[in-house]
Structures are given as C-alpha cells and as structure tokens.
Write a protein that binds this ligand. Sequence first.
Ligand code: HEM
Length: 475
Amino acid sequence: MEFGVILGLALLFIFVVSALFLRVWTSPKEMEVIPGTLGWPIVGESFSFLSDFSSPSGIYSFMKKRQQRYGKVFKSFVLGRYTIFMTGREASKILLTGKDGLVSLNLFYTGQQVLGPTSLLQTTGEEHKRLRRLIAEPLSVDGLKKYFQFINNLAIETLDQWSGRKILVLEEASTFTLKVIGHMIMSLEPSGEEQEKFRANFKIISSSFASLPFKIPGTAFHRGIKARDRMYDMLDSVISMRRSGNEFRDDFLESLIMKHSKGMDEKANEDKLTDKQLKDNVLTLLVAGHDTTTAALTWLIKFLGENTDVLDQLRGEHTRIRESGKGGENLTWPEVNNMPYTTKVISETLRRATILPWFSRKAAQDFEIDGSNIKKGWSVNLDVVSIHHDPEVYPKPEVFNPHRFDAPPKPYTFLGFGSGPRMCPGMNLAKLEISIFIHHLVCRYKWIPLDKDDSVQPTLVRMPKNKYAVLVEEL
Ligand code: HEM
C-alpha cells in the first residue's frame, strides 16, 4: 500500500484515538526544551515530510529548512510519532556506535510482527552480537565465492532478454536480486513453481511493512502475516529435508543448520539456534537485502544514463577486464574483486541516492547529543541525507562524481551501508551482485531513458517512481 493511503488511514486512526482519549496537542514535557515544532494538531508535520520525501531531493529540503532554523537536533511529529531528528558526525558516532546499549533499532510495529521476535533487527546486546557472528562467515567475501558462477550466469541470462526492448529497470533488478538471494539462502531454482510461490509470498510480505497495524482479514498487514506463515512452511519443509539427510545443498541455510542449529544432542545444543530463530533470520535477510539491492542497482544504471563521462570511464574499466581476461562472458572471481572504479561508482550511487534516508533508533537510556538531552524511550532518527550532502565534505553534492571516493571517506561521513555494530552484513553480497550485473550491462548495451520524471516512490527504501523505463540497444 502506498504511503499516501497509509497516511490517510493513519490520520483517521490517530484522530479517532485522540478524540477518544482527549489527548492534548503538546510534546512530552521534557521534549519542550528541544527546538522545533510539532506542526498541526494530530497530523504534525507529516504532510510536508511526505511531500518532500517523494521529491527528487527527498527529505533533504525538509531537513535543511529545519536545521537552518533550529540547529542539528530538532523535534517534530511525523507519521504518528514524536521524533527527534539529528545529523552530523557527532550524532552519527553516538547513535551508530550505540555503546553500552544506548539505543536499539526502532522498527515499525508491523515490521516487528512480521519478522518475529528473534530477528536480528529486534535483538540487542550479546544476543545481537551472537547472531551477527553466525551470519558473518557465509556473507563474507570468501563465503560468497561459491555463488559467483550462479550470479554471473543469471546476469547474462537476464541481460540476454533486454536486447532491443523497452524495460523497467527496477522490475528487472527486483527479479534478478530476488533470484540471487533465494539461491544463496536455500538453493532455490531461478524458475519454476517454487520460485513463483517464493516471489509471490515475498512481495506480499514486503508490502505489508508500511501498512496499518490492523490484523483484520483483507488488510495488507493480515495478508503479510499469512504470506509470512506460508514462507515459514516452505522453510520448514526445506529444513526438515536437510536434517533428514535426504538433501544436501551448499548454501546459507545448510551452513546454519549444520553448524549452528539445535539438534538431537542436548549437550551440543547450548548456544545453538532454534528453527524459529533460523526462520526469523532468513526472512530478515530477505527483507533487508532485497529492496535495498534492487534500488541500488536501479539508481546506479540511472546515474550512468545521466552521466555519460562516468559511463565511458566505467565501460573502459570493464572492456579492459574483458579484453585482458579469458574473453567472452567468462568473468572470473579475481576479476570481480578487482574493479576499483566500479567500487567508487557504487559508493557514489549510495551517497547520491541515499537509499535509506534516515536510520531510526529508540533511546534505551538518557543521553546527550550536541547539547540536547535525549530521554529514554524517545524515537531518534539520524538524518543521513544531510550527512551525504554536506558541501564541506562533498563539494557540489548534487553532482555525481565517483572520484570523491579516490581516498577513503572520513569516519561517519559516508553511511551507505551504515556503521558500527549494525553496519550492513549483506554489503559484500550487494556489491558482488551489482559489479557482475554492471560488467555485462556496460560491455553489451547502451540505453535511452523513456521518461524524464525524477520523483521518488513514497516507500521506506528510496526508488525511482517511474521504475526507470529505458529502451535498450546492443552496442
Ligand atoms: C546496496 C544494498 C544495500 C544497502 C544500501 C544496505 C544498507 C544498509 C544499511 C544502511 C544498514 C544499517 C541501517 C541502520 O543502521 O539502521 C543495513 C543493515 C542491514 N542490512 Fe543491508 N543494505 C544492502 C544490502 C543488504 C543485503 C544484500 C542484505 C542481506 C543479505 C542486507 C542485510 C542487512 C541486515 C540484516 C541489516 C541489519 C543489521 C543489524 O541490525 O545488525 N543488506 N543495510
């Protein structure tokens, strides 16, 4: 469901609740000293937030106006929540390091319900560290090597279909990245009935995240929970086949089952994952990894289309690889790990598009940032767009220039994959998928955009609203 509809229903809901309980329109008492305004009664500043959100520059202008008026830390009321927005390196360091359990991730209620209580996104402290350790190895560069050939073949097959056609890059990228992650996690075949079921359930789950929290039949949230249950049934049957020894596949699920899941031996079970934990976290990886990688790949192709000098330079890197290697379509593992300019193009894409425009946390205790006292329980959002568009760090920030990353960025100035204990565990996979796909794309094709609309979808992950429609031609 789109944000506009959600907002309308959310406002109605908030209005009824407010009327019922005669709530007075003020911020919590301790929040009064924080500069900023809450906006209109009940709706707060949600309208201007949402209208800026869908504009080409995203929430940047919403943030900039208020930062100029109030400073780096200000309060607001958006999407039914009292919220403190903050930006800058100090805020990033404090929030993202999250030392001594200072903050926890602030997931929407619907997300909490769909992903389940043992999801990585809902755990904190030692439990969070333990889960991260378990998934780190299969998602490390070395751990991903075994998926390279599958991703390479899939990229070639996907691009074979593009020649001479009008396509929606976002749709194509979405199909590609879902097939990759389905294969990586549980060796799902890229086509066939199981893939279709997996895709259909995943789409319903994904769209239930930004829905209203009513678990009533017919609502997106209810449909999401049902699709999640069907997905868990699929996973249950895969897990039981693997446990029975009837099937062995060298994938992410297998490595967790073999090394880290609870089995018959009671003694060895300490510190191991239950099936519920396994399923919650497989789903978490799917949800956290799919839209983000799809968006990144789409933005990158769009930015290349708009910056021919960058495209030429990138094509130069890939043509050299193709000419100096085995030739043809045989991209190799060492080659994909040695694409310096491509790596900079990916970073610049993540800076310029800022796919996750803010990181949301909940204060787990009182603390101070830039002279403002933050109280336990408050929702605090780190404004990443302003960090990525700070002209002192990135001169002419609206220009797409991968050479900004010739030198490594200073700490907390680039947060494309986040930082600290919650830094993206899937970044190696995302970079691998994108690098392989881009290699084959720029070596074979040119493309012409069919629509000049620059607006952005009103979803949590920023994506071009028109799905970047292009006409593709062989070089
Ligand atoms: C280009 C693609 C991607 C981008 C831009 C991206 C970005 C991010 C960012 C910024 C965070 C930190 C958010 C915060 O601190 O609030 C994050 C966390 C996370 N990402 Fe990614 N991500 C991408 C791909 C992936 C993939 C492919 C996977 C899974 C295979 C994945 C799984 C996760 C998970 C599970 C977390 C939460 C980590 C935790 O809470 O400890 N991401 N991602």
